[in-house]
Design a protein around this ligand. Sequence first.
Ligand code: CA
Length: 684
Amino acid sequence: MNRSFRSLAVSFAAVALGLSACGPADKAMAGPVDDAALRNVETHPDEWLTHGRDYAETRFSPLTQIDENNVSQLGLVYSYATGTDRGLEATPLVHDGIIYTTLPWSVVQAIDARSGKLIWEWDPGVDRARGQLACCDVVNRGVALFEGKVYVGTLDGRLVALDAATGSPLWDVITVDQSKSYTITGAPRVVAGKVIIGNGGAEYGVRGYVSAYDANTGEMVWRFYTVPGDPSQPFESRALAAAVDTWTGEWWKYGGGGTVWDAIAFDPELGLLYIGTGNGSPWNREIRSPGGGDNLFLSSIVALEVETGEMRWYYQTTPGDSWDFTATQHIMLADLPIRGETRQVLMQAPKNGYFYVLDRATGELLSATAYTTMNWSVGIEPESGRPIEAPNARYLEQREVVQPGAYGGHNWHPMSFNPATGLVYIPMQEASMVYAQPANAFSYREGAWNTGTNMGAGAGVQRAAPTGYLLAWDPVRGEARWSVPYGDIYNGGTLSTAGNLVFQGTSDGRMVAYRATDGKLLWEAYVGGGVMAAPITYELDGVQYLTVMAGWGGSYGLSGRGRVATPGRMLVFAIGGSAVLESETVKREAPAVIASNASPATIQAGATLFTQSCAVCHGQNAESSGVIPDLRYATPETIARIQNIVLGGERSSLGMPSFANALTEEQLASIRAYLLSRRAELYP
Ligand code: CA
């Protein structure tokens, strides 16, 4: 397997080298992606072999050809059309002149990095109806490479190993109970010969865990559940036997949550794997665990022994979470000077707004400092390391504006750590959310959002518009060094380099570069649609490239916010690049008037149902950014078939599932009336 991959990769390289006058031979003979290479990515400075570039997930590149003096000459070399129109969140990997990336619906592509031509594509054939279970778009954040194989987690919960040379599946295992609302959007990591994969679904009602599979055979080696299951059954680990005392009620019937949907880091010397766990399921602790409790290990950073999956230590960032304050955000490892000592640390900026520095060997809290505006907590108790909650943060008496909200002070968009500046570059955001207890008694609905809160509570509440920043954070002093404001949140992940640069895509459709030391804007390029993914950099035939997946979507894009979506692309830049980006925008025809004589009460009922059942994908107030069709602009033919589509499922193969189990004909009629009223408002 390994041999055939090598020979094909080398032959591609040889063809390209034959066309260019010269090229360092060692670049085409990059060693295999084996355990030694992944532990020591310094031996592959010109490549990008694992999700965060190294096991410490620093997203720092030592390359210096592009630097603060010449970055203004950066130009497009080529743009690669992905042929997709949903969110792109992948960090591509680059090895031996081949770019491995993922698209919506967990499709994997191998692209010749020199020519920008597709080598192979593998589509896992995910049932498009599964898209209804993806809280935050049908995205995928990338693959792992190891010994001639490419690993991907699929939206329907499989882990698949592909032949890196051909894209043919070598093994394909189901990692979840597919009858439940599990999804996988995160990138696997290969550590110590094992593929590590988590999953998502805590908005719907699942129990979180992370699993390790043998990289060669696909056999499961261990699994760590993050929350206890039914206490009448044996606990899967000692950690859970202790954690059960922090829960009350019948949480297991709703899953409990704590999904491991993004952050994974690894310290090979300590043999510890670090994961971040997600929010409670349902969100609201009053329903999930009505007698209170910390609900371990929700919203926690957890250290596991890589060989066994046994827990070594944990730190819970948000005890008794009631706000969707996941701690799944990017985890990074570094050695930092703390109070006169070099400490092996772990860093995270989870949704709750505190930047944490922990000793990664022991879990000792070294510092926790607010990195964004917050009102849910007023500080950290020094002895216990617990956040001190503001009096009304749990919205028990009335609806409350809480900051950060479910979008978080920082979401999944990766940070980066530059050892030369000592700074962490965070796609930070200031955004609140209005939380309230549910209007009616909670009843669990399989396959639907089950937050146990009133999701429409924000109607009519005046509050500040969400604002995003690039924040350069000093993790030693616990303070901001510099920041750049943006017009909106959901800006892309960051990359920092030894060229004293920080790169980022923005939600307003730009790629930008700043001087890493002081935040001076040195380069920007307009790329059309909003960019969420983090860029990467690599060197090929003596040229340093900057590459990013550009495609708007995700939870924020689906909710109707942000720039109008453009077709998905992979953009490749280098010094002196002169290619021109074709501008493509989604055209909208003026909608034909459709008369409706529905009563205001029916329209209001339709608005409420729309918020509950449709807005997650088609946008709040039926305003879509174009990622998913804006229903106000639906053709008369579509509106005439609304019952066949919504209840009959006739467009399920296109990603619009049947809602026959969730909506009655009468309810759909009121949603239709609401849509027609919103449509009529387009003619003021
Ligand atoms: Ca969540």
